[in-house]
Design a protein around this ligand. Structure first.
Ligand SMILES: [Zn+2]
Length: 245
């Protein structure tokens, strides 16, 4: 046995152990290393197929709908049934529990089969595409102005765009913040925002290091009337983006 093959088998065994403990990214890394050490080694592509399907299933569309396209590794706009079928067959062969001895193969195989059941049926596919389009349309994200620390909610398609802060009027890059700071009961307030339809405007306090904490010596931080009344409280505000500022 040559040394490359021995090394590849060692790496693959680590990848297999990591898969058993559901460390998907770790498992993928070692499967790729094994494949690089010995491209003809059996098993690395089977582990990679499992990991890719499970990772796709862990990222549902706006946390509510499994992304069948991602599970079959095709683009969400894919209308090419032949391509979808090809991906289904390729993954089905790699994942079939009779052929794939690795942990979680049966789970990944079922996901691929379910994805195919939806996307191969024109009626189900149309229903699913409609649901996903609705989710994407109503989805939003929260972002924080890096200058005055006001928080804003924008439609999801503005993520990554250049936005203008409706408080300090400086432009900033609309990066999504993963979770909102906790609300403090009794400190919510509603406010009509000039930028859009009257919508909720909620005040909440933050920890001293939170993204919404307002530095006292920043003149922009308290330029909004409502905000200055509340001193160093941060604000949450729904806004409308102004692109291309
Ligand atoms: Zn600002």
């Amino acid at each position: 046995m040559n040394t490359n093959r021995a090394e590849a088998e060692r790496l693959l065994a680590i990848g297999e152990k990591l898969l058993e403990s559901r460390d998907l990214n770790g498992s993928r890394d070692f499967a790729i290393l094994a494949q690089e050490a010995e491209p003809l080694l059996e098993g690395s592509d089977q582990i990679l197929a499992i990991v890719d399907v499970l990772v796709a299933a862990e990222k549902p569309i706006h946390n509510s709908q499994l992304d069948w396209y991602a599970i079959l590794q095709v683009d969400r706009t894919c209308q090419n049934l032949d391509l979808i079928r090809k991906q289904y067959r390729r993954l089905g062969l790699l994942l079939h529990p009779d052929k794939n001895p690795f942990s979680l193969a049966d789970h990944a195989f079922k996901l691929v089969t379910d994805a195919w059941a939806v996307l191969s049926d024109p009626v189900q596919k149309a229903l699913y595409d409609g649901e996903v389009a609705g989710l994407v349309e109503t989805a939003s994200f929260w972002t924080a102005c890096p200058y005055c620390y006001f928080l804003f909610e924008y439609p999801a398609d503005c993520e990554g765009c250049c936005l203008r802060c409706q408080n300090c009027e400086r432009s900033f890059h609309g990066l999504s913040i993963p979770s909102l700071p906790p609300l403090v009961p009794g400190q919510e307030a509603y406010y009509c925002n000039w930028g859009c339809l009257p919508m909720g405007f909620v005040f909440g306090t933050l920890g001293s290091n939170g993204p919404g904490s307002v530095p006292e010596n920043d003149p922009n931080a308290v330029s909004n009337g409502a905000a200055s009344e509340l001193g160093s409280l941060s604000a949450r505000k729904q806004g409308r983006p102004q692109k291309g500022v």
